[in-house]
Design a protein around this ligand. Structure first.
Ligand code: AMP
Ligand code: GLY
Length: 426
């Protein structure tokens, strides 16, 4: 099969890597890709404009299009290619609202009794009403811009003053642009987080091994929220029993709800969960694989990934293509100095050529400049160690050993990725 993958981040490098292992793959193209994906297929430097992609698919006889990031999904790329006769792994624009519109997803969960934090919605013109609501709330309290905000639209407010400042930031200073036209104000949930991916054709689904992201910039979950500074899988917080509960109380009801609402979801449903004392609750849904969770979940899968994805796209999920046999992985993100605030780009990255056993260096914010690879984003690399056994502590040692070989000016990374797993492993 000829496959086209859309995107250029660390997640897309992980997807490209996994697709390139598939025996059923003939040729993989990535639009636009990055220097990392170039080792898994052919990068094609085209704009991700719908018509340009369609003519590329026709030209190259593409059998499956895999859409990595949320923006093109929310913009309807999947619908457009489907209407033109191509198979796509990735939901329709209507189904992608589950990520693109938090008011939609919170109301869906409320209507169908899917466990999540209690919430209220306020429009920009209702700022006074929102302030009144905050005055009568308990803290911490969570403010969320309703639209896509590159993972930055969430404010955790510890007191009234912080919450009022948050309202001002979103509604008056317009910090998240149109994504802040409405906000969701929700209850703060206590617990440990986990990310579960369901691969689904809309009816049937399989869940991949659970992962855990590390959102804050510094060790011990301190400092600002980022796109994710590291991950590991499988996350032992999700026991077999909990996984079953998540399937029954979150994933299945959500797929049924989406169908009932006329927006059947096919693709990868990302469930961001909080494991509370009352059981698993949804923090957020995403309409695609997580980043950097894909970097640890995909390398530990066996089975033909391409066949799995195309079966979901064809509406007849082939569960036999999914196998997980006790592997594990840890990914440490190397980020630019200053990230998640302002940072400089263009620094040469050294040490990438050194190939180490069971280490995959996924590239995220990189670009080629002559014969060098230089930094071009906040999160630059995801150094991933993979073990043939379920041994997170061993993966952690391997990943941190590997990162010593890599350097670029100002490189920063957390030193505690996967430590939360330890307390479950004792
Ligand atoms: P989101 O973009 O919705 O995943 O939110 C980003 C991060 O904020 C999450 O991964 C959580 O760490 C935190 N968060 C969001 N909503 C809540 C909540 N209701 N309670 C506690 N933490 C939350
Ligand atoms: N790792 C969080 C996300 O992909 O949204």
């Amino acid at each position: 099969m000829n496959v086209l993958l859309i995107g250029n981040g660390g997640r897309e490098h992980a997807i490209a890597y996994k697709l390139s292992e598939s025996k059923s793959l003939k040729k993989l193209y990535i639009i636009p890709g990055n220097p990392g994906t170039a080792s898994c297929g052919e990068n094609v430097n085209l704009k991700t404009d719908k018509d340009i992609i369609l003519s590329f698919c026709k030209d190259k006889n593409i059998d499956l299009v895999v859409i990595g990031p949320e923006q093109p999904l929310v913009d309807g790329l999947s619908d457009f290619l489907l209407e033109n006769g191509f198979k796509v792994f990735g939901p329709s624009a209507k189904a992608s609202q589950i990520e693109g519109d938090k008011v939609f997803s919170k109301n869906l969960m409320k209507k169908y009794k899917i466990p999540t934090a209690a919430f209220e919605v306020f429009k920009r013109e209702e700022k006074a009403k929102a302030e009144e609501y905050i005055r009568n709330s308990k803290f911490p309290l969570v403010l969320k811009a309703y639209g896509l905000a590159a993972g930055k639209g969430v404010l955790i407010c510890n007191n009234f003053k912080e919450a009022v400042n948050g309202l001002k930031l979103i509604f008056e200073e317009n910090a998240f642009g149109d994504a802040g036209e409405k906000i969701v104000i929700e209850e703060f949930m206590q617990g440990e987080e986990a990310s579960v991916f369901a691969i689904t054709d809309g009816n049937d689904f399989i869940t991949l091994p659970a992962a855990q992201d590390h959102k804050r910039i510094y060790d011990n979950d301190e400092g600002k929220n980022t796109g994710g500074m590291g991950s590991y899988a499988p996350a032992p917080v999700i026991t077999e029993e909990l996984q079953k509960e998540i399937n029954d109380t979150v994933i299945l009801p959500t797929l049924k709800a989406m169908e009932a609402e006329g927006c059947k979801f096919s693709g990868c449903l990302y469930c961001g969960l909080m494991i509370t004392t009352e059981g698993p609750k949804v923090v957020e849904f995403n309409c695609r694989f997580g980043d950097p969770e894909a970097q640890v979940v995909l390398p530990i899968l066996q089975g033909d990934f391409l066949k799995l994805l195309i079966s979901a796209a064809e509406g007849k999920l082939d569960k036999s293509q999914y196998k997980y046999e006790n592997k594990s992985a840890v990914c440490v993100v190397a980020a630019s100095a200053g990230y998640p605030d302002l940072y400089k780009k263009g620094y040469e990255i050294t040490g990438l050529e050194k190939k180490l056993n069971n280490i995959i260096v996924f590239q995220a914010g990189t670009k080629s400049e002559g014969d060098k690879i230089v930094t071009s984003g906040g999160r630059v690399l995801g150094i991933t160690a993979v073990c043939d056994e379920n041994n997170i502590p061993k993966c952690k040692i391997m990943a941190y050993e590997a990162i010593k070989n890599i350097n670029f000016e100002g490189m920063q990374f957390r030193s505690d990725i996967s430590d939360k797993a330890l307390k479950h492993l004792k």
